[in-house]
Design a protein around this ligand. Sequence first.
Ligand SMILES: [Zn+2]
Length: 245
Amino acid sequence: MTSETSRQSCVVACAILLAALAATSAAAGRSAQPVRVLVVTGGHGYPTSFYTLFEQPDLVWDHATSHEEAFKGDLRAKYDVVVLYDMSQTLSDAGRKHFQAFVEGGKGLVVLHHAVVSYHDWPWYYELTGAHYWERPHGRTPASTYKHDEYVDVREMGAHPVTAAVAPVRLFDETYKGMWWSPRIRVLLTTDNPTSDGPLAWIAPHPRSRIVTVQLGHGAETHRHVAYRTLVRNAILWSAGRLSD
Ligand SMILES: [Zn+2]
């Protein structure tokens, strides 16, 4: 091989290497974009440990302290995922319109713990989330019940990216029982604890949006538990379309 040939080979090899590096960094740049999350609270107390759930890699977040504040405008360009941790029964017509536009626009939704108590009189909401806690009797259905300070043995119902590296695990948390359940949900996590209906995390199918609901999440023991932190982060990433099935 002449030195000229050698130089040409080096130029070609270097060009290929540079192109590969550029493609890799472009891909890394895309995946390095954090998921933009709006966290919605209001209507129910909680410890500040809750906020630490969103201090995790790949997430940036804003906080709305009421659902009226959260849904006062069109959220679609600003956020990838809304996390609901609020508990409320009313939302203005404009707020409902913006909430529905976010979901129908294919954005992600993660519903945590007492947010399944919200909106008794808005069936769209609980069909969306796949379950509902009745705070008061509903027709012939009695009110749902809760139980604090339960040891909950959590087990997985088949592999799914949302529950990767989560179960089996024992959490110390609050359980709900006697809820309404959509027959369409796919249960991801369950328990045999008798103070629970069983399902602890599930997906409510939607034609455009990815929606995950998690029943657990009352207190600091759960918020700071690595399994719960992994579950919430996975749920946010999956609902944002960052984790494939
Ligand atoms: Zn609670």
